[in-house]
Design a protein around this ligand. Structure first.
Ligand code: ADP
Ligand code: ASP
Ligand code: MG
Length: 408
């Protein structure tokens, strides 16, 4: 039988009993003869706690040290999982991301996987062992071999990358919900589980906040045409298959709604209105590895322009220092910021050729008295930036307006 890559998220590993539960699942599949490669996340809220601890020690902890610190969370779960398997009489070994051959670039806290050499993984599988890999981490490709992490939620990406590299028979992501829903089921109890979803739609949903999958994991799945099953680690129910085939549910034009509470906005006012200004600001941000989301530029009075863009809150401080320097050089009037924003998006491939989706979205938000601060779109997505405290209400209202709780 071939290789199966599984990944278990933090809430599925939150305590000793849950770790034993997962170990039993791994053991059962191994007994059926599969070569088991299992990626584990840090237990429960460990990563948040490590970040909180670092912030108590330092105002600006270094990114390199943060990666060493955060990677320990996954190390703990991988070793405990092996101990649980040993206790059940199964041979298993824990490997760090580096030992599993995962090499990344040097961008700490959001490193990208550059290459995987799974030699050691194969060797351990050949010995009949279940291989438990610490997720979310790798080593830089240079001689330093520094520890890096792949960005929050990055264990999903470890799993899909390993599955692709090992040409696994299956890649299964186990989490605390039954699959991918039409919206976060914790906010919309009526949300419907999808049997399947295309890479394209899942990627859009993930990149605008549906944290059930790390967006880079979906990207890799698409590139390597690796179908990804998202399912519950607690219940034996059918999950959601993310794949490249034509979706059977195409009659619904809006496939899902995603939201993100982690949005901050930066506005540069009074910029000279001439070529090269946007390039200067956004090159400076790119050089500091800050991802910029929605961007709006509008001309104001006296040939001056205002530029507004959003970043994740964790990048705000860095973004402000970079932008203030650039704004000063360019002679801008002022830089302002707001970190109480969120975004809500509707996503669906069917929307691209059908008019009326944007107007219905805006009308629904207006009816709820929700002000739209910024709007951005892709071919298959419309996103509105709104006040953070109105995001949940917006998600519920949109779910109802587009009747996502029903199949047709
Ligand atoms: P894990 O620790 O297993 O990686 P995450 O917390 O990262 O789990 O992701 C699972 C969570 O994603 C769910 O508990 C749910 O609240 C949230 N979520 C957001 N959007 C969706 C969606 N469309 N479908 C399912 N879950 C979603
Ligand atoms: N433990 C990491 C996080 O909390 C990675 C992951 O869970 O995927 O972001
Ligand atoms: Mg996750």
């Amino acid at each position: 039988m071939g290789i199966i890559v599984q990944k278990y998220g933090g809430s599925s590993l939150a305590d000793a009993e849950k770790i034993r539960n997962v170990a039993r699942r791994i053991a059962a599949r191994k007994e059926q003869g599969a070569g088991m490669v299992v990626v584990v996340s840090a237990m429960g809220k460990t990563t948040d706690q490590l970040i909180e601890l670092a912030n108590q020690i330092s105002d600006q902890p270094e990114d390199r040290e943060m990666d060493v610190l955060m990677s320990t969370g996954e190390t703990v779960s991988s070793t405990l999982m092996v101990m649980a398997l040993h206790g059940m009489g199964h041979d298993a070994i824990s490997l760090s991301g580096g030992q599993a051959g995962i090499r990344t670039d040097k961008v700490h806290r959001k490193a990208r996987i550059l290459a995987i050499d799974p030699k050691r993984v194969y060797e351990e599988l050949d010995k009949g062992r279940a291989v438990i890999v610490a997720g979310f981490q790798g080593l830089t490709q240079d001689a330093d071999e520094d520890i890096t992490t792949l960005g929050r939620g990055g264990s999903d990406t470890t799993a899909v990358a390993l599955a692709a590299s090992l040409k696994a028979d299956a890649c299964e992501i186990y989490t605390d919900v039954d699959g991918v829903y039409t919206a976060d089921p914790r906010i919309v109890p009526e949300a419907r589980k999808l049997d399947e979803i295309s890479y394209e739609e899942m990627l859009e949903l993930a990149s605008v906040g549906a944290k059930v999958m790390h967006s880079r994991a979906v990207e890799l799945g698409e590139v390597y045409q690796m179908p990804i099953l998202v399912a519950s680690s607690f219940r034996e129910v059918t999950g959601t298959l993310i794949h490249g085939g034509v979706s059977m549910e195409q009659f619904k034009k809006v496939r899902g709604i995603a939201h993100d509470l982690d949005v901050a906005k930066v506005t540069v006012r009074g910029l000279p209105d001439r070529p090269g200004i946007a390039a200067t600001i956004f090159e400076a941000l790119a050089d500091s590895h800050i991802s910029v989301d929605t961007i709006v530029q509008n001309a104001s009075e006296e040939k001056l322009a205002d530029v507004t863009f959003t970043v994740s809150r964790s990048d705000l401080r860095k973004a402000l220092s970079v932008v203030e320097e650039a704004a000063h050089k360019l002679g801008a009037r002022e830089v302002a910021s707001d970190d109480n924003l969120g975004k809500v998006s509707i996503v669906g491939t069917g929307m691209q050729s059908a008019p009326g989706y944007a107007s219905r979205m805006f009308r629904t938000l207006f009816d709820k008295g929700i002000n739209i601060e910024m709007i951005s779109t892709s071919e298959i997505r419309i996103t509105c930036i709104v006040r953070e405290d109105q995001v949940k209400e917006a998600v519920k209202a949109l779910h109802e307006a587009f009747a996502l709780q029903t199949r047709e």
